[in-house]
Design a protein. Structure first.
Length: 134
């Protein structure tokens, strides 16, 4: 297999995983890069999903828990949090589990970042008709 074939195989594997986890939301992110940074979109799919998400060590649900925690801790990642909160729902996390994850982050990265993350979750839950929680 030549280098271009390997590149395309990684992309195809990553695209299958992206579609399964992120669905339309993830594809919109990749499409938004087509006119300015298509290689970044390719690497997100081929490397991020085709290599990292494809690894067998964690289930997609567990990967999303880690991702929610990291994006919340980093701060300023609200657009990415929106994508990954949707993905978390797609892989079987409940809204209550997502909120509990975000609450848990407050002890490690502070209330402001946890509040910002919860605001994003509220937006996603509202869009998916999952409010009120109780």
């Amino acid at each position: 297999m030549n280098e271009e074939q390997v590149r395309q195989e990684r992309f195809a594997r990553g695209k299958r995983i992206l579609d399964a986890i992120d669905g339309d939301v993830g594809n919109r992110v990749i499409e938004s890069l087509a006119d300015i940074a298509p290689e970044l979109g390719h690497q997100i799919v081929a490397w991020g999903f085709g290599e990292i998400y494809a690894r067998p060590g964690l289930e997609p649900r567990d990967r999303q828990l880690v991702t929610l925690g990291m994006l919340t801790a980093l701060g300023g990642c609200e657009p990415q949090l929106e994508v990954h909160i949707n993905a978390s729902l797609n892989v079987g996390l409940t809204p209550e589990q997502i909120v509990e994850t975000l609450l848990h982050t407050s002890g490690y990265c502070g209330f402001p970042r946890a509040l910002n993350a919860v605001a994003v979750a509220k937006k996603v839950f509202a869009e998916r008709d999952l409010l009120p929680l109780n």
